[in-house]
Unconditional design. Structure first.
Length: 500
């Protein structure tokens, strides 16, 4: 059987790729090779940029309602093929099919928001700022822009970026993860079917060389990035040096606080779901549970009950709660983190290292792990593990819990579980994290609201999605105009103009 080759997508078409310039794509549930993906670099980025530049003037000048019509068509196609896209995500990434389907639907929220952007792109009009002088503003696209996205959300995260970039009139180059290319390719094909002009949407696979080529290209005006902190910091620093707009949303170590008065069943459900969903491979996973007072003694037995009932297996199987780790290498890195936690003195309550799936022993499966008595002196408190590893931290007071979150190197999402409205209100006002859940474990806002981070979770001036992304992908132009009346021109004056 010939292994299929996923191709770059440039100027509205697949690009023929030599098998010698490809890497392997695995099904993490079986460990089998299912495809090959290109290793693109400077040459492919240059070709995609040239296609995007050529397409930009016509796309910029396409009426907003005509753009919107293409977006409505794309939205309908994505909805029609949502299950097909979810199956491809499960096949490449490993997450369960219901989880993958939810990802697609959440991504479509931003596509739907972009369908209505004609209203949001309206400028301001101020008549009579001075005698017979009016001012209006225009919101215009930047040109060719790019997005760099991670493996864990091959539909939702790019759908947070390219709809707004495209609908505001830019042309787009997408550098996705090479681990999850099949859903990526389907999105390109659906754009083609929706009527998007060739060259407006392009895909380049690759690693460091492709990323550096995007950064170095003088013709790419802006980049949005989602991924790890070290790479995001590099993209931001180097991209800004070239004069680009750059926004990078990076690693996380999210914590949920549980107060003694919380609904413990709700908190236990939320901790297990938010910690182990998608095998913990979410930037919004709650990987630390900070228990205040005696809440740890109440919560831990309930969590253990739920953990014991979790079903781990291939994501397409019925009734599965958690699929495999996305790659064999990442599975090994998570095991090393668990080893490290044991060596640092955390109490290992549940150990997932020895799990082997009975019918898929070559799959990249890992059981769930639960640590108790994690402290700020441990690296497993500070570093993102990005796997099914939860750590319980015990403190005596609300103030201690708040200080741990605000003092952490990462600040992406957080949550508090309590029935005390005053405590919840204080938490939302004082916690230095931009996305806050109150009795909600993963506070990912709707597609028309912003998503982002602070400290080492974000290298950007503004957040992504919603109004913030409209500002990011456009430039504002201010026009001051006067239409003189024939024969009414006044005398020449070198005085700075005033409002008379």
């Amino acid at each position: 059987m010939v292994t299929p080759i996923i191709s770059h997508w440039i100027n509205g078409h697949s690009v023929k790729v030599s098998p010698k310039k490809t890497g392997l794509v695995y099904n993490p549930a079986t460990g089998e090779v299912i495809a090959r993906v290109p290793r693109g670099g400077a040459k492919e980025v240059e070709e995609a940029t040239a296609a995007a530049q050529k397409a930009f003037p016509a796309w910029r000048d396409t009426p907003l309602i005509a753009r919107s019509a293409i977006f409505f068509a794309y939205r309908e196609l994505c909805w029609k093929y949502r299950e097909d896209m979810a199956k491809l995500i499960t096949r490449d990434h490993g997450k369960t099919f219901p989880d993958a389907l939810s990802e697609v639907v959440r991504g479509l929220e931003t596509v739907e928001f972009a369908c209505g952007l004609p209203m949001h792109l309206a400028g301001m009009n101020t008549p009579n700022v001075s005698t017979n002088v009016d001012v209006h503003t225009l919101r215009q696209p930047l040109g060719v822009v790019a997005g760099i996205t991670p493996f864990n959300f091959p539909a939702m995260v790019p759908m947070w970026i390219y709809p707004i970039a495209l609908m505001t009139g830019n042309t787009f180059i997408w550098k996705p993860s090479s681990h999850t290319p099949e859903a990526t390719q389907l999105q390109a094909e659906l754009w083609k079917r929706a009527g998007l002009p060739d060259g407006v949407f392009n895909i380049i696979y690759g690693g460091r060389e492709a990323v550096n080529a995007l950064i170095d290209s003088p013709d790419i005006k802006a980049i949005q990035f989602v991924g790890s902190t070290p790479v995001g910091k590099m993209v931001h620093e180097n991209g800004v040096k070239t004069g680009k707009r750059v926004a990078c949303y990076t690693s996380a170590k999210n914590a949920m606080v549980v107060l003694p008065d919380a609904d413990m069943d709700l908190a236990a459900d939320s901790a297990v779901a938010a910690g182990y969903g998608s095998a913990g491979e979410r930037c919004m996973a709650q990987s630390l549970i900070i228990t205040v007072g005696d809440s740890g003694e109440k919560l831990l037995p309930l969590m253990k009950e739920r953990i014991a009932k979790l079903k781990i297996g291939p994501g397409m199987d019925q009734g599965i709660d958690m699929g495999p780790i996305y790659s064999a290498e990442h599975r090994e890195s998570i095991i090393k983190w668990i080893d490290n936690g044991v060596a640092e003195g955390a109490k290992l309550v549940v150990d997932g290292r020895s799990f082997i799936h009975p019918t898929n022993p070559k799959g990249f499966f890992l059981g769930v792990t639960l640590f108790d008595y994690v402290t700020p002196k441990m690296t497993i408190f500070h570093e993102e593990i990005f796997g099914p590893v939860l750590g319980v931290v015990r403190v005596e007071t609300f103030d201690e819990a708040l200080a741990l979150i605000n003092g952490h190197q990462y600040g992406n999402g957080t949550a508090i579980f309590t029935t005390d409205g005053g405590a919840a209100r204080r938490f939302e006002l004082e916690v230095d994290v931009p996305m806050v859940g109150i009795n909600i474990p993963i506070p990912v806002p709707a597609g028309y609201l912003s998503f982002g981070g602070t400290r080492n979770s974000c290298f950007a001036d503004i957040q992504m999605r919603g109004e913030d992304s409209i500002r990011f992908f456009t430039k504002q132009k201010e026009v001051t105009l006067r239409w003189p009346k024939p024969g009414k021109q006044g005398p020449l004056s070198l005085v700075f103009p005033g409002n008379k």
